[in-house]
Design a binder for this molecule. Structure first.
Ligand SMILES: *[C@@H]1O[C@H](CO)[C@@H](O)[C@H](O)[C@H]1NC(C)=O
Ligand SMILES: *[C@@H]1O[C@H](CO)[C@@H](O)[C@H](O)[C@H]1NC(C)=O
Ligand SMILES: *[C@@H]1O[C@H](CO)[C@@H](O)[C@H](O)[C@H]1NC(C)=O
Length: 501
């Protein structure tokens, strides 16, 4: 009898705990959190986005997915029954979701409903009061400072300050003379003038195809905000150009990559820029899709360090040799040989291209320079693996804000401590997981579309302030036309007067 009662109370306790557990493992509509730029009408981005953090009824954040289809997002406009908006809810597998949407027309008082089993989540419905322009809308905000406020841009970007500190002033007239003479035919350069918010360009050199990225970001910016009149040169090549030491003699050149031994002014890389402009428009990688394709959770990730790429630098050859000598530590292989002679006895056979998402089956991602900085770093950080970053004299616009041991594990330029660092990582799993998360947070905060637009704007604005002669549309420049949005045209003036009525 006694044992029977004992069993019975144990059984009840078990039931009780099970009920508690089940109650805790469903998200609460009221406690779940929703935030982000995509909930504000005035933050115009090619792909707008916001976040959902699942929280249970006791207020605890989910740290694993509550299920891909947990939340439903619907958008409606009071004026139109069917909105032309493409919505994706991306499960980040860490208890949070990234919702992104692309608008193909402009709407007034757009309503965003976020539902959990037909119940409104947090403060849903969210109303985007007033007009929400779509990306094609050519409706620049006349005041730059109002736009910056709407966008919640950072007050300053240390890298911009650092880069512009080399220039007490810039003289557009002098640069228009001297820069083409100095670099013109040997390099691929674009000479831009933005005047009355219209973009003009002249190209120098043979290989100028990459100007499409610069044209695209300038056109997109000028659709959103009135830029100051500004004249500048963009280097379309891989390598930064200004090697002179004397500050009197240097020329301001905007480049996608900077280096310790040059004075170029860095901008977000063309790759990151394009990924922002074409989010949901391109099939390949972007900063959002990568967040929902990070493979197995940390404990299930493979503890071999991983790398794939082409032979664009000597250290990459060393890395692959190291991998062949220590296959239990490193899985590094070439997918392409182009720069060096392929010696299969040294470097093994070429391997098949691996989808970037599959990189995240591995805990440790090796980031090693290519021709210049490896432009994959933003995506590697955005994943949930940890980055082992080679010390390098090349940098992108955000590298100076990254801290070793906080956002990534540093390795020496010659890779001499790589094996040691992998061993350290294997012995310090909890610490390393924290570094992986901090790197991911950094990417989520600083490398998404809103930050990239802010960076370009701030750079042009600060640079424009240094000009001591008036920027001009020079002979030989052509107008870069805004694409016409025939399908869903958008005229701000007509809409504005309609609003006023
Ligand atoms: C829960 O998640 C939100 C959003 O990521 C975060 O701001 C908050 O600090 C987290 N709360 C706890 C208790 O970890
Ligand atoms: C981890 O990855 C390495 C290299 O790709 C592979 O040889 C090994 O079998 C994997 N380990 C597990 C447990 O899957
Ligand atoms: C480049 O400069 C940075 C910042 O001063 C420094 O941390 C890094 O070690 C330098 N790298 C090389 C390879 O020169």
């Amino acid at each position: 009898m006694k044992t029977y009662l004992g069993y019975f109370s144990l059984y009840m306790l078990y039931l009780f705990l099970l009920v508690l557990y089940l109650a805790a493992s469903v998200p609460s509509a009221a406690k779940t959190m929703v935030w982000g730029p995509g909930l504000e009408a005035n933050i115009v981005l090619p792909a707008r986005f916001f976040f959902i953090q699942a929280v249970d009824s006791s207020g605890r954040n989910f740290t694993t997915s509550p299920g891909e289809k947990t939340f439903e997002v619907k958008m409606v406009s009071p004026a139109e029954p069917f909105v032309r908006i493409w919505i994706q809810v991306l499960d980040r597998n860490d208890g949070s979701f990234l919702v992104r949407y692309r608008m193909y027309a402009t709407y007034t008082d757009l309503q965003i409903n976020i539902l959990l089993k037909n119940k409104h989540v947090a403060k849903s419905p969210f109303i985007l009061k007033g007009r929400s322009c779509h990306e094609g809308c050519d409706c620049p905000q006349p005041s730059g400072s109002v736009w910056e406020e709407h966008m919640h841009c950072s007050q300053s970007f240390p890298q911009i300050d650092r880069d512009l500190a080399h220039y007490a002033s810039v003289d557009p007239d002098r640069n228009a003379e001297e820069i083409p003479q100095r670099f013109g035919q040997r390099q691929s350069l674009c000479h831009y003038t933005v005047k009355d918010n219209k973009v003009y360009v002249q190209t120098f050199g043979e290989h100028v195809g990459f100007r499409i990225f610069m044209d695209a970001i300038l056109l997109s910016l000028t659709r959103k905000v009135q830029l100051p009149d500004v004249e500048f040169f963009v280097n379309l090549g891989d390598w930064p150009l200004e090697k002179r030491k004397s500050t009197e003699k240097i020329h301001p050149i905007f480049s996608w990559c900077g280096s310790n031994s040059t004075r170029d002014i860095v901008m977000p890389t063309y790759d990151l820029t394009e990924s922002v402009l074409e989010t949901m428009g391109r099939v390949s990688l972007d900063m959002m899709s990568v967040q929902s394709n990070t493979g197995p959770l940390w404990p299930e990730k493979n503890a071999t360090a991983f790398w794939r790429g082409r032979d664009s630098r000597q250290e990459r050859l060393e890395l692959v040799k190291l991998s062949r000598a220590h296959p239990d530590m490193i899985d590094a292989a070439f997918t392409n040989f182009f720069f060096f002679k392929h010696d299969e006895s040294l470097y093994g056979p070429l391997v098949k291209h691996v989808s970037f998402f599959d990189f995240f089956k591995y805990k440790y991602q090796i980031n090693i320079d290519g021709t210049v900085a490896a432009y994959r770093l933003p995506y590697l950080l955005a994943g949930d693996s940890v980055v082992l970053k080679q010390d390098s004299s090349y940098y992108e616009h955000f590298y100076n804000e990254l801290r070793p041991w906080e956002h990534y594990i540093p390795i020496k330029a010659d890779l001499s401590d790589l094996l040691e660092k992998i061993e350290w990582a294997r012995d310090h799993d909890e610490e390393v997981k924290k570094i992986a998360l901090a790197g991911q947070q950094f990417a989520r905060h600083h490398l998404m579309g809103d930050s990239i637009f802010c960076y370009y704007y701030k750079l042009l604005k600060e640079y424009a302030k240094l000009q001591v002669t008036t920027p001009k549309v020079r002979e030989g420049m052509e107008l870069v036309e805004q694409p016409t949005d025939d399908l869903f045209p958008c005229s701000c003036h007509r809409m504005r007067s309609k609003d006023e009525l």
